[in-house]
Structure formats: structure tokens, C-alpha cells
Design a protein around this ligand. Structure first.
Ligand code: ADP
Length: 461
């Protein structure tokens, strides 16, 4: 099959979160299974020409190659994409995001024609590329080039929908009759993700549990009705992990490579992380790592309430991430109060993320909701046990045999889970069993890619 993958971030070119990991890895796994794939994303400021051996195709189109021969096309437009921040900056979302991503979607569809890549499936991801299925079913409805093309939308987080005021509607170049309950209208606003959901042939999300959760009021962020209507076309496929990037045996960023057989060497990574984080070097203190957006979704509301007590539990905590200012401030206060227990890194730093996955004993990820979550899958591979709330992809992957699960979503439940982890850590034999089990788990892309291929075929049949 010929698959055009369209997304706003793709590893290794541009990343703010798990979406980039997925769209960087899935095409490689599809190629391995004999599919013909191309990828299209905007050319952001940070995408370095020489690092990625970028070649020019047209005035506004360049490309690079990943895998054996997957072309990744970049849509260039300096006005829209040559700036700091993929979606926004310190002041908030970029004000012209609707112009930026509707431009990207239309240019992507024209590009496919220019390069004569008539796709069997256009696979789009999240709101930023959700206008593509809308355009295909409206502006391009009679276009012979796309007459056999089907569309799949993968929702990586239904909390981000691309909401814009009604007044911006004409920017998309769509007829006004689409500003309707059966189209993109959502409580008087434009909802781009909803458009994608209404017009895609198949809708997927990134774990089986989340695919059911988002059909309920509690998790659907107002779109549960739309999903219910389309429920025979909604599927959940768990994300895989790219083990050529996330692997304790080959990772270039960590102090010492190790496997389940040489787990003793993990201590070197722990000491390295303690040194980097200016925490006392002590292998007997349980070290809890966090790599996350500092957001309520990721459990920072209960973590903020519990953090003072946690810092007094004889543990070390290393936090890497950025997010809501209020959480930055709370954690900064804790660093002043407990400098030997907590270390804070308010930035996006890929190499430090690797050091944290390898150097921690426990990976803390008590998300309130979690579409799939990659942090827990990465930490398994590094023999770092995840501590999670049972929701979405976390419920599908973590249990008491490979990590620690909160009984409920509250400050007290979080503290109880920390206590459970500390007790387990002190029992060396039990700890070794848990680690070995975690490291033996396989979340590679092979199986998930096979499921996507099945769904592409279903869309075409
Ligand atoms: P999200 O909801 O943010 O996409 P996921 O768990 O699906 O959450 O994926 C997050 C990805 O982003 C992981 O690969 C994680 O390691 C990475 N990540 C998150 N924050 C940072 C950061 N501050 N620095 C480096 N990597 C980060």
C-alpha cells in the first residue's frame, strides 16, 4: 500500500512529545513490512539542513530520507514556520495557528499531486493535520487523483482539539455550510479535530483502553458524542517504541550501557545522574525520575500537593520538563527547601531524558488521563519501574508485576504508591525480579504496525 503520513512533529526532526516519537517510528516499521510510505511535515526553524542531509525539491519543498528509503518532505513557509516554538511560545499559542496548519494541510495535498504520489491512505495525526480529510471530502471530492484515497485520523490526545473563533472560518477556504453540527462547529467555535473525526474513514487512538474512555463524558472533552456516532470506525492500537533509540544496551547518552544480565552497571547511570543533578551520590537511596510536561494531565496537581511529604521520605527525585508556571514555582520552592532530595531541570533536553530513564529506580507518571504514554514503556526497557495511575495506555501496560499502580487518583494514593515502591526497593531480591520482568517486556513496533496495516486494508475494502 502507498501511505502518506502527515503530522506536525516527527522524530528526529521536530519533537514536543509522544506524537513525534510515534510518527518517527511507525513509518520505519511499515517500511519493514513492505509498505510504501512518505512523511510530510512543516519545515520549522530548528530543522538543521546539514544534520539531516536535507535536499531541495522545489522553491518551498525540501526532503530528507529516513529508514531505507522513506522520503520525509518539508513544507517551507518562513512566515508560518520559521520561528521559535512549534505551536507557541512563552506567551501562549501562536496567534496564527489556524493559518499555519490549514496552509500546511492544503500544501500537503497539492504536494502529493506534484510528486505524483497517489496514496491509498493518508494517515493524519491530531488536530494539526485534521483538515486534510476535510479537504479531501469537500474541495477535492471530485479530484480523480484522490478518487481511491482513504483517510485515517489518529488521536494522540483528545484534550487538544484546535479550537478557533468562528470569525476565522474563512481562513480555511471551506464553504460556510461546514460550520455546522455535522461539520466543524463546536459550541459556536471552530473545532478542527472534530472536523477530522467527522470526515476520516477510520479513527484510531493510541491504546485500547483510551479508545473506550474517550467515548465517555469523563474523558471525551466534549467529543464523546461524535465518537459514539462513529463508534464502528473507532479503534485503539497501542503505540510501540523505537528500540534503536530507547535501549539501555546501545544508548549513547548514558554513562554505561547495560542489559538485564549486566544490571549491576545500571548503578553507574544512577551515580552519573546524581552527579549531574547535584544530589548526594548514594546507590541505596531510591531515586525517582520524572520526564514530563508539567501539567495537570500528567498528575502534577496531586504531585504538587504531595511533594513536600515525599521529599521527607528518604528519597531523591529528579524532574525534567516544562509546563504550567504554577508547577514550576512549587517545584522551585521544594528545591530550596530540600536541595538534597529534589533536583529540577525546567527545559526540554533529550540527552538528559535518556540519563533519567537509565539512572532512576522508579519512573513517576501518575497521569490523570493518558492516551498511551511512552515514558512507562521507555522506563521498562531501562529496568526502571513505572509508578502510575491506572488509566488509558498506562492501564494497558503497567501492573503490580512490572511497576506500581495508584489505588485512586489522590495525593494520599500517590504517597501510598511511593511507600510501596520504597519498600519494594529495599527488598533486593524482589527488586531484581521486578526489574528483570520489566526489561523482558516487548513493546516494539512490529505488532502495532501490523495492526495499522490491517486497518488501512479495512479502510480500502
Ligand atoms: P505526551 O503526552 O507529552 O506526548 P508521552 O509519554 O506520550 O507524553 O511522550 C512524551 C515524550 O516526550 C517521551 O519521549 C518523553 O521522554 C519526551 N519528553 C517529555 N518532556 C521532555 C523534556 N522536557 N525533555 C526531553 N524529552 C521530553
Amino acid at each position: 500500500m502507498r501511505i502518506a503520513m502527515c503530522a506536525s512533529e516527527v522524530v528526529p526532526f521536530a519533537k514536543t512529545g509522544g506524537l513525534a516519537d510515534v510518527v518517527g517510528a511507525l513509518p520505519l516499521a511499515l517500511e519493514e513490512q513492505g509498505q510504501e510510505v512518505i512523511v510530510i511535515l512543516p519545515r520549522y526553524k530548528g530543522i538543521d539542513e546539514s544534520k539531516f542531509k536535507i535536499q531541495r525539491l522545489k522553491d518551498d519543498i525540501s526532503y530528507s530520507i529516513i529508514g531505507k528509503g522513506i522520503k520525509v518532505y518539508f513544507i517551507e513557509n518562513n512566515l508560518y514556520f520559521y520561528r521559535d516554538g512549534l505551536y507557541g511560545d512563552k506567551l501562549g499559542d501562536h496567534k496564527d495557528n489556524l493559518d499555519r496548519f490549514s496552509y500546511y494541510c492544503r500544501r500537503a495535498l497539492e504536494l502529493l499531486k506534484e510528486i505524483n504520489f497517489s496514496p491509498d491512505v493518508v494517515h493524519v495525526h491530531d488536530w494539526q493535520s485534521s483538515l486534510i480529510p476535510v479537504y479531501l471530502k469537500t474541495l477535492y471530492a471530485n479530484d480523480q487523483f484522490y478518487k481511491n484515497t482513504k483517510t485515517m485520523l489518529t488521536i494522540h490526545n483528545i484534550g487538544y482539539q484546535g479550537l478557533f473563533p468562528k470569525e476565522e472560518f474563512e481562513k480555511m477556504g471551506l464553504p460556510w455550510n461546514l460550520f455546522d453540527i455535522e461539520g466543524l462547529e463546536f459550541y459556536g467555535k471552530i473545532n478542527i479535530l472534530k472536523g477530522g473525526m467527522m470526515f476520516s474513514d477510520i479513527i484510531t487512538t493510541v491504546s485500547p483502553t483510551y479508545s473506550k474512555e474517550i467515548q465517555t463524558k469523563e474523558f471525551g472533552f466534549g467529543l464523546e458524542g461524535v465518537l459514539n456516532k462513529r463508534k464502528t470506525s473507532v479503534f485503539g492500537i497501542l503505540n510501540g517504541l523505537d528500540y534503536s533509540i530507547w535501549n539501555s544496551e546501545t544508548d549513547k547518552f548514558i554513562a554505561k550501557n547495560y542489559s538485564a544480565k549486566t544490571i549491576i552497571d545500571k548503578v553507574k547511570c544512577k551515580e552519573d545522574l546524581q552527579e549531574y543533578s547535584k544530589l548526594p551520590k548514594d546507590k541505596n537511596v531510591p531515586l525517582f525520575g520524572i520526564v514530563s510536561r508539567l501539567a495537570e494531565q500528567k498528575g502534577f496537581d496531586i504531585l504538587s500537593s504531595a511533594i513536600d511529604k515525599i521529599c521527607q521520605m528518604g528519597v531523591q527525585i529528579v524532574i525534567l520538563g516544562t509546563g504550567d508556571l504554577k508547577y514550576h514555582l512549587i517545584m522551585e520552592d521544594m528545591v530550596k527547601k530540600y536541595p538534597n532530595a529534589i533536583s529540577l531541570h525546567l527545559k526540554f533536553d533529550d540527552s538528559l531524558a535518556h540519563k533519567i530513564y537509565a539512572g532512576s529506580d522508579v519512573f513517576v507518571m501518575p497521569s490523570k488521563y493518558e492516551p498511551c504514554g511512552l515514558g512507562q514503556l521507555i522506563s521498562f526497557k531501562y529496568g526502571t519501574l513505572p509508578l502510575v495511575f491506572k488509566t488509558g495506555g498506562l492501564a494497558d501496560t503497567v501492573n503490580e508485576a512490572n511497576g506500581f499502580v495508584l489505588d485512586g487518583y489522590s495525593e494520599n494514593d500517590l504517597i501510598k504508591a511511593f511507600k510501596k515502591a520504597i519498600t519494594a526497593f529495599k527488598n533486593e531480591k524482589k527488586w531484581a525480579t521486578l526489574i528483570t520482568k520489566a526489561m523482558s517486556l516487548d513493546f516494539s513496533w512490529k505488532e502495532s504496525a501490523r495492526k495499522y496495516i490491517e486497518l488501512y486494508a479495512k479502510a480500502l475494502s
